[in-house]
Design a protein around this ligand. Sequence first.
Ligand code: GDP
Ligand code: GDP
Length: 436
Amino acid sequence: MTKPVLAIVGRPNVGKSTIFNRIVGERISIVEDIPGVTRDRIYSSADWLTHEFNIIDTGGIDIGDEPFLEQIRQQAEIAIDEADVIVFLVNGREGVTSADEEVAKILYKAKKPVVLAVNKIDNPEMRQQIYDFYSLGFGEPFPISGSHGLGLGDLLDEAAKSFPKHDELKYDDDVIKFSLIGRPNVGKSSLVNAILGEDRVIVSDLAGTTRDAIDSQLAYNGNKYVIIDTAGMRKKGKVYETTEKYSVLRALRAIERSDVVLVVIDGEEGIIEQDMKIAGYAHDAGRAIVVVVNKWDAVEKDEKTMKLFEKNIRDHFKFLDYAPIVFLSALTKKRIHTLIPMINTASENHARRVETSVLNDVIMDAVAMNPTPTDKGRRLRIYYATQVAVKPPTFVIFVNEPELMHFSYERFLENRIRDAFGFEGTPIKIFARERK
Ligand code: GDP
Ligand code: GDP
């Protein structure tokens, strides 16, 4: 399921975001549905012929106030860390610059395949301008034009040759995959260690993978689990790791591979906007979610503190009303043992199928209790409902006119479905379709 990752690197203004947008096109993906990411557009799924991959525009990763060369250097290092293949982009109209040479130096050291692309070659007459770039030492330069969409096919063909032949690790269907996401320093690595250190947890060999991600495999009460993408947490200490877009990138990659996402919040610091963004990605991606308030040991409390904090979370994360919240401490290990049972519940609900007849009873009872909305004299009619998917549970409700299904009524039906079936820990999706 994991797709190869292609990263575009190069100094500013060579055309990275133009190329990124060309390759991504107007496709709608889960990732792009997420507000913020759509705006920033640094990460997206894409495809070329039979290849599906993810693409990163490292130029969009803002490194802050660092000097120009330092920014380029850090972006190149992110590409080296994250990508299977790197497209090194230069500007054919300007020739080789010293900034290009700096990027090249960093990329030499990477053990990742690099394809050199010379952009802004807008017509065939300009092709002889690519020869200068042989001096960068990455072999044959590929002439392209981002504005005209030229040469991209050949470039992607070349890049695809270096996509890993075997998918990253595939786990059996009965393995529950979970990840811990959250901004830097909330205690994700400490939590992973606390989980792995638990008495009843049996840790199996660490499986290295093609892009040196390391997943931890473990067993507990006869169930099997994988903690996704702990490598990023283990080999820490790079300057750029605190940049917001980089942690978002990491979170998106982990979310993509998970069934259950633990959204980790720092109980000592409270909730900040970045927490909500990160939680929003997991929700929008349709993953099961548990909210983990860590560092609870460090919080001065009385009998009301937990209730107040919980209310605060519910107010900030209105869209996560289905997610259970646990207050714990990776440091003292308090309530760490409750995590895996919560992951189990969330994962079961995420994969749960309900019986169509019971579902329809619930919907019809709901309609009897709260009549369907009307608009300009027309009333919404609900004929029947059916569950069409799991992970997350997805329901289609067949109606006379889908436009009459207001958000508030859909929300009401969702609540009735939740009251009847639980679904704690998982988002559910409801679509109104016209009955043919
Ligand atoms: P980035 O900073 O590397 O992401 O570069 P941008 O994608 O923002 O492009 C910088 C400038 O180069 C913009 O004005 C683009 O319109 C222009 N540009 C990008 N690709 C091409 C191209 O293939 N030909 C020409 N002539 N201009 C281009
Ligand atoms: P990450 O960046 O999210 O992986 O966070 P780390 O696991 O590296 O933890 C960041 C800092 O918070 C470290 O100094 C930890 O010792 C500290 N920390 C982690 N968990 C707890 C906790 O439960 N209580 C307290 N008081 N400190 C913690």
